[in-house]
Design a protein around this ligand. Structure first.
Ligand SMILES: O=C(O)[C@@H](CO)OP(=O)(O)O
Length: 229
C-alpha cells in the first residue's frame, strides 16, 4: 500500500479576513504562499518522492499543490483535479464575516453548522449569483450534483466517494500521493480514515500548510500517521 500526504492549503486572503469561504474561489494570501513553500521544503528534506498529486478545483488548493511541487522540485508529477475535494459549500454564509454570523445566529446554531456533523448552513437560492451552476468552472457537471450549502456529512459523502473512486486504487499500486485540499474536506476524509466518530470530529482542526503523512496496511488500516517536521 502506498502513502498519503494530506495538506490543507496555506492561508487564503479570506482566512486572514475571517470570512466564510466554502466554494468561493479565493487565492492564497502571501503568508499562505510561504506556508506552501515550507510544506514543499519539508517534502524535500524528508526525501519523499511524490508519484501523484490531487487537488480540489479551488485555486487556493491548486496553488498550494503547485508551490509544493515546485519547491520540492517535482513539477512533473501528474496532478488530478476534482470538485469532490472542494471545501464544504458554506451556502449563504459564504462571503460573510464569521464573528458577524456568530452574533446574528447565536453560538449553538453557529457551532452546530461550523463543527457539527449533519447541520447544513442556510442554503443559497437557485437564483443566487453564488450558485455554482453559474460558475463556468463547473460547466461540465450535471447541475443536480452541485451543492447550495452542505453539512460536513454531505461533504463527507462526495470526498469519501472520490477517495474510493480515484485515490485508493492508486494507493493500492504503492504510490505516494499528495492531496492538497481544505479544512473541512480534509476533516471529512480524516474522519473516515481514522474512524473518528461524528461527535469527535467537531474537535478536529486541520492546520494550514502542514503536510500530514499516513501509512497503511493492505486493508487500508492506518499503521502510522504524523505531521512532517
Ligand atoms: O471558510 C471556510 O470555508 C472554512 C475553512 O476556512 O471555515 P471553517 O474553518 O470556519 O469551517
Amino acid at each position: 500500500m502506498g502513502k498519503l500526504i494530506l495538506v490543507r492549503h496555506g492561508k487564503s486572503l479570506w482566512n486572514v479576513k475571517n470570512v466564510f469561504t466554502g466554494w468561493t474561489d479565493i487565492d492564497l494570501a502571501p503568508e499562505g504562499m510561504e506556508e506552501a513553500r515550507k510544506a514543499g521544503e519539508l517534502i524535500k528534506s524528508n526525501l519523499i518522492e511524490i508519484d501523484l498529486c490531487f487537488s480540489s478545483y479551488l485555486k487556493r488548493a491548486i496553488r498550494t499543490a503547485w508551490i509544493i511541487l515546485e519547491t520540492a522540485e517535482m513539477m512533473h508529477v501528474d496532478t488530478r483535479y476534482s470538485w469532490k475535494l472542494n471545501e464544504r459549500h458554506y451556502g449563504d454564509w459564504q462571503g460573510k464575516n464569521k464573528d458577524e454570523v456568530l452574533k446574528e445566529v447565536g453560538e449553538a446554531f453557529f457551532l452546530s453548522v461550523r463543527r457539527g456533523y449533519d447541520t447544513p448552513p442556510p442554503s443559497l437560492s437557485n437564483t443566487d449569483k453564488r450558485n455554482p451552476e453559474f460558475d463556468s468552472n463547473y460547466k461540465a457537471l450535471d447541475t443536480s450534483v452541485l451543492p447550495l450549502g452542505e453539512s460536513l456529512k454531505d461533504t463527507s459523502k462526495r470526498v469519501v466517494n472520490y477517495f474510493f473512486e480515484a485515490i485508493a486504487p492508486e494507493l493500492a499500486k504503492g504510490k505516494t500521493i499528495l492531496i492538497a485540499a481544505h479544512g473541512n474536506s480534509l476533516r471529512a476524509l480524516i474522519e473516515y480514515l481514522e474512524h473518528i466518530s461524528s461527535d469527535e470530529i467537531a474537535k478536529v482542526e486541520v492546520a494550514t500548510g502542514v503536510p500530514h503523512m499516513y501509512a497503511f496496511d493492505d486493508k487500508l488500516n492506518i499503521t502510522e500517521h504524523y505531521p512532517l517536521r
